[in-house]
Design a protein around this ligand. Sequence first.
Ligand code: DAT
Ligand code: MG
Length: 147
Amino acid sequence: MEKTFLMVKPDGVQRNLIGEIVQRFEKKGYQLVGAKLMHISKELAEEHYGEHKERPFFGELVSFITSGPVFAMVWQGDNVIKVAREMMGKTNPVDAAPGTIRGDYSVQVGMNIIHGSDSPESAEREVNLFFNESELVSYAKDINKWV
Ligand code: DAT
Ligand code: MG
Protein backbone atom coordinates (compact mmCIF):
# COMPACT_ATOMS: atom_id res chain seq x y z
CA MET A 1 0.00 0.00 0.00
CA GLU A 2 1.33 3.44 -0.94
CA LYS A 3 2.53 5.61 1.95
CA THR A 4 3.44 9.28 2.26
CA PHE A 5 5.00 11.52 4.87
CA LEU A 6 2.92 14.52 5.94
CA MET A 7 3.80 17.02 8.64
CA VAL A 8 1.89 19.85 10.27
CA LYS A 9 4.53 22.56 10.46
CA PRO A 10 5.15 24.73 13.58
CA ASP A 11 2.69 27.39 12.35
CA GLY A 12 -0.06 24.77 11.95
CA VAL A 13 0.58 23.41 15.44
CA GLN A 14 0.56 26.91 16.97
CA ARG A 15 -2.68 27.72 15.17
CA ASN A 16 -4.44 24.60 16.47
CA LEU A 17 -4.84 23.04 13.03
CA ILE A 18 -3.63 19.49 13.82
CA GLY A 19 -7.15 18.14 14.28
CA GLU A 20 -8.53 19.89 11.19
CA ILE A 21 -5.72 18.56 9.02
CA VAL A 22 -5.95 14.99 10.33
CA GLN A 23 -9.70 15.11 9.79
CA ARG A 24 -9.35 16.10 6.13
CA PHE A 25 -7.23 13.04 5.33
CA GLU A 26 -9.40 10.73 7.44
CA LYS A 27 -12.58 11.93 5.78
CA LYS A 28 -11.01 11.57 2.36
CA GLY A 29 -10.55 7.87 3.11
CA TYR A 30 -6.85 7.59 3.85
CA GLN A 31 -5.47 5.67 6.80
CA LEU A 32 -3.16 7.04 9.48
CA VAL A 33 -0.40 4.51 10.16
CA GLY A 34 2.01 6.59 12.27
CA ALA A 35 2.09 9.95 14.05
CA LYS A 36 4.07 11.88 16.62
CA LEU A 37 4.47 15.37 18.01
CA MET A 38 8.16 16.23 17.94
CA HIS A 39 10.75 18.95 17.84
CA ILE A 40 12.93 18.70 14.72
CA SER A 41 16.67 19.12 15.38
CA LYS A 42 18.75 21.38 13.14
CA GLU A 43 20.52 18.28 11.77
CA LEU A 44 17.25 16.55 10.87
CA ALA A 45 15.89 19.75 9.31
CA GLU A 46 18.99 20.16 7.15
CA GLU A 47 18.77 16.56 6.01
CA HIS A 48 15.02 16.66 5.38
CA TYR A 49 15.29 19.85 3.31
CA GLY A 50 18.69 18.92 1.81
CA GLU A 51 17.45 19.45 -1.76
CA HIS A 52 17.05 23.17 -0.95
CA LYS A 53 20.43 23.77 0.66
CA GLU A 54 21.66 26.10 -2.10
CA ARG A 55 18.46 28.17 -2.09
CA PRO A 56 18.54 31.67 -0.53
CA PHE A 57 15.72 30.80 1.88
CA PHE A 58 17.38 27.62 3.26
CA GLY A 59 18.51 29.20 6.55
CA GLU A 60 15.08 30.68 7.15
CA LEU A 61 13.43 27.36 6.29
CA VAL A 62 15.57 25.43 8.77
CA SER A 63 15.06 27.98 11.52
CA PHE A 64 11.30 28.02 10.92
CA ILE A 65 10.84 24.24 10.90
CA THR A 66 12.84 23.92 14.16
CA SER A 67 11.08 26.87 15.84
CA GLY A 68 8.40 24.79 17.57
CA PRO A 69 6.90 21.32 17.60
CA VAL A 70 5.64 19.69 14.42
CA PHE A 71 3.13 16.87 14.02
CA ALA A 72 4.74 14.20 11.84
CA MET A 73 2.51 11.61 10.19
CA VAL A 74 2.52 8.69 7.80
CA TRP A 75 -0.65 8.12 5.77
CA GLN A 76 -1.45 5.31 3.41
CA GLY A 77 -3.89 4.60 0.61
CA ASP A 78 -4.27 4.52 -3.16
CA ASN A 79 -2.31 7.35 -4.79
CA VAL A 80 -1.92 9.05 -1.41
CA ILE A 81 1.34 10.82 -2.41
CA LYS A 82 -0.18 12.71 -5.33
CA VAL A 83 -3.62 13.25 -3.82
CA ALA A 84 -2.25 14.56 -0.51
CA ARG A 85 -0.21 17.12 -2.50
CA GLU A 86 -3.42 18.19 -4.26
CA MET A 87 -5.22 18.47 -0.93
CA MET A 88 -2.36 20.60 0.44
CA GLY A 89 -2.43 23.06 -2.46
CA LYS A 90 0.39 24.90 -4.19
CA THR A 91 3.56 25.75 -2.23
CA ASN A 92 2.88 29.49 -2.26
CA PRO A 93 -0.46 30.20 -0.56
CA VAL A 94 -0.99 33.01 -3.09
CA ASP A 95 -1.42 30.31 -5.73
CA ALA A 96 -3.10 27.67 -3.55
CA ALA A 97 -6.75 27.20 -4.46
CA PRO A 98 -9.51 27.74 -1.91
CA GLY A 99 -10.52 24.35 -0.54
CA THR A 100 -6.91 23.23 -0.20
CA ILE A 101 -5.20 23.31 3.18
CA ARG A 102 -2.71 26.01 2.20
CA GLY A 103 -5.39 27.90 0.27
CA ASP A 104 -7.72 27.92 3.26
CA TYR A 105 -5.30 28.54 6.11
CA SER A 106 -2.16 30.32 5.01
CA VAL A 107 -1.00 33.63 3.57
CA GLN A 108 2.76 33.50 3.02
CA VAL A 109 5.12 30.93 1.54
CA GLY A 110 7.39 30.78 4.59
CA MET A 111 4.51 29.64 6.77
CA ASN A 112 2.39 27.32 4.68
CA ILE A 113 1.11 24.98 7.40
CA ILE A 114 1.92 21.56 5.99
CA HIS A 115 4.65 19.48 4.37
CA GLY A 116 3.98 16.51 2.11
CA SER A 117 6.29 14.24 0.14
CA ASP A 118 6.33 15.14 -3.55
CA SER A 119 7.21 11.78 -5.19
CA PRO A 120 7.49 8.06 -4.39
CA GLU A 121 11.25 8.51 -3.88
CA SER A 122 10.86 11.40 -1.45
CA ALA A 123 8.01 9.60 0.37
CA GLU A 124 10.23 6.56 0.95
CA ARG A 125 13.13 8.74 2.07
CA GLU A 126 11.08 10.97 4.37
CA VAL A 127 9.04 8.18 5.99
CA ASN A 128 12.31 6.43 6.87
CA LEU A 129 13.97 9.65 8.02
CA PHE A 130 11.22 10.40 10.55
CA PHE A 131 9.89 6.98 11.55
CA ASN A 132 11.26 3.59 12.59
CA GLU A 133 9.55 0.46 11.31
CA SER A 134 8.26 -0.14 14.86
CA GLU A 135 6.44 3.21 14.88
CA LEU A 136 4.31 2.33 11.86
CA VAL A 137 1.17 0.40 12.68
CA SER A 138 -0.23 -2.02 10.14
CA TYR A 139 -3.90 -2.73 10.77
CA ALA A 140 -6.99 -3.63 8.80
CA LYS A 141 -10.06 -1.42 8.87
CA ASP A 142 -13.40 -2.84 7.82
CA ILE A 143 -14.33 0.53 6.31
CA ASN A 144 -11.57 0.18 3.70
CA LYS A 145 -13.85 -1.96 1.56
CA TRP A 146 -16.18 1.06 1.24
CA VAL A 147 -13.48 3.56 0.25
P1 DAT B 1 6.67 22.15 -0.96
O1 DAT B 1 6.65 22.37 0.54
O2 DAT B 1 5.36 22.51 -1.59
O3 DAT B 1 7.16 20.78 -1.34
P2 DAT B 1 9.29 23.13 -1.76
O4 DAT B 1 9.80 21.74 -1.54
O5 DAT B 1 9.60 23.78 -3.07
O6 DAT B 1 7.71 23.21 -1.56
O7 DAT B 1 9.85 24.10 -0.63
C1 DAT B 1 9.92 23.66 0.71
C2 DAT B 1 9.46 24.77 1.60
O8 DAT B 1 10.36 25.86 1.50
C3 DAT B 1 8.09 25.36 1.25
O9 DAT B 1 7.03 24.62 1.79
C4 DAT B 1 8.19 26.72 1.83
C5 DAT B 1 9.66 27.10 1.65
N1 DAT B 1 9.86 27.89 0.44
C6 DAT B 1 9.76 27.46 -0.84
N2 DAT B 1 10.00 28.45 -1.70
C7 DAT B 1 10.26 29.55 -0.94
C8 DAT B 1 10.58 30.90 -1.22
N3 DAT B 1 10.69 31.34 -2.48
N4 DAT B 1 10.77 31.74 -0.17
C9 DAT B 1 10.65 31.30 1.10
N5 DAT B 1 10.36 30.04 1.44
C10 DAT B 1 10.16 29.18 0.44
MG1 MG C 1 9.00 19.89 -1.24
